[in-house]
Design a protein around this ligand. Structure first.
Ligand SMILES: [Ca+2]
Ligand SMILES: [Ca+2]
Length: 426
């Protein structure tokens, strides 16, 4: 009875499952199945390639065929090739991602080719590597000439040619030969000094381009490299020269001085810009009519020495040295008139003394000075008068509110200078 019941029960599950399978799933059984038989982990693909030759003459293409690479699951694979070249070589793969690729060794020595393949499940193979030997005569590796391809020097300096990075994969001793193969047409340089040394040089005599060839020889094979030496004129970056003249370097006070910088020059004839400045004697208010034009001027308004400065800058922003010219501003003969200095505007109070101070006045020749203070204007009704009107300091007392004007004259015995003071009294 029990057996019959069990049989019926199992039969019932089987029927349910059969119905479920026909309806695409019998969840219980699939899960059990997965636990009992887990899916196999993905295997990595295998990278494999052959070269048509692993010892080739320099200049002969090497064909690399990776089509024997495969994936154990049969997934599609992608290719990643890499090439390591000897120092000095510019060889490169024709493609880094195709199943078959190639390269042409351009220098003697050892080239390392490697391949990695990746399957559709992103599993990567181990790296497979092969060494390709690039040879010359027999199994000799030609030497590799290595030097700086572009050398720049300024004229007046030696052009140094350095071949010391040249080498031979077989460690053979090397012979060096440097040859001048091109020079500017105006150059008298015909060869290279120390032309059979690792490091050679020559002395360029004119600016321009010089071409030099280096050949290295290991006794069986040779290699060559070219050097382009560009010699720039030192003057190319050299400063312009500032020069100017004044129409007169000793002038009477009040006479304009014309300053002309048209003789300033630039070694390359570049366009110049001008920067003028003027230092004036104490008490002078003279100024340049322009600080940037090629010709400018100023009028000395006081006796003494004026210093004119000029700097020119070329269109390459290279500036000259500053040049200076001394302009002597005189009165009678070569006498420098004295310079009268006092405060030009004062305020005062009626019935309070106002002091006028001319003690800053001076004479460029250090002559003794005499002073004269004169009240030349007063408010109506004023009877104020100057006291100590021949001393450095004078004074007066405003008696009426308003404006007082005083003339101050300084004399060195030959020439005079004068200024006016306005005193506003309230
Ligand atoms: Ca060799
Ligand atoms: Ca004087």
């Amino acid at each position: 009875m029990i057996a019959r019941l069990e049989h019926r029960f199992v039969t019932a599950i089987a029927v349910i499952c059969l119905v479920a399978i026909s309806a695409t799933s019998c969840g219980l059984d699939t899960k059990v199945n997965e636990l009992l038989n887990p899916p196999a982990p993905k295997k990595t693909p295998i990278a494999s390639f052959v070269a048509n030759n692993d010892t080739v003459k320099v200049g002969t293409p090497v064909i690399l065929d990776g089509s024997s690479s495969y994936d154990p699951q049969g997934e599609t694979i992608t290719f990643a090739w890499a090439l390591e070249v000897p120092s000095g070589s510019a060889s490169a793969l024709s493609s880094a991602t195709t199943s078959t690729t190639s390269f042409t060794p351009d220098k003697g020595g050892y080239y390392a080719v490697s391949l990695v393949v990746t399957n559709a499940s992103a599993k990567q193979s181990v790296v497979t590597t092969m060494e390709i030997d690039a040879v010359g005569t027999g199994l000799n590796h030609p030497p590799v000439a290595v030097t700086t391809a572009a050398v720049t020097v300024t004229s007046g300096n030696s052009a140094v040619l350095d071949g010391s990075q040249s080498y031979d994969a077989d460690q053979n001793a090397l012979a060096y030969t440097w040859t001048l193969i091109g020079a500017p047409s105006t150059s008298a340089v015909t060869g290279v000094n120390d032309g059979s040394s690792k490091t050679a040089y020559f002395n360029p005599d004119v600016p321009g381009v010089y071409n030099v060839k280096l050949v290295v020889f290991d006794g069986l094979d040779s290699d060559q490299a070219l050097v382009t030496v560009t010699v720039s004129s030192t003057a190319q970056n050299s400063a312009p020269t500032a020069r100017f003249t004044a129409d007169n370097e000793t002038v009477r006070v009040g006479t304009p001085v014309r300053l002309d910088a048209t003789t300033s020059s630039d070694p390359q004839g570049k366009t110049l810009s001008y920067a003028w400045s003027l230092a004036v004697p104490k008490g002078s208010t003279s100024a340049l009519t322009s600080t940037t034009s090629v010709v400018t001027s100023f009028t000395p308004n006081k006796g003494g020495v004026y210093l004119v400065y000029l700097k020119v800058t070329n269109s390459s922003s290279v500036a000259s040295e500053t040049v200076t010219l001394l302009i002597d501003s005189v009165g009678t003969g070569d006498n420098h008139p004295p310079v009268a200095i006092t405060t030009a505007a004062l305020t005062g109070t009626v019935r309070t003394v106002v002091v006028l101070d001319g003690s800053q006045s001076y004479d460029a020749d250090q002559q003794n000075l005499t002073y004269t203070w004169t009240l030349v204007g007063s408010p109506t009704g004023s009877a104020a008068a100057m006291t100590d009107d021949t001393l450095q300091r004078a004074y007066f007392t405003p008696d009426v509110a308003g404006k007082y004007v005083i003339k101050f004259v300084v004399s060195d015995g030959r020439d005079t200078d004068e200024v006016f003071v306005t005193v506003t009294a309230s």
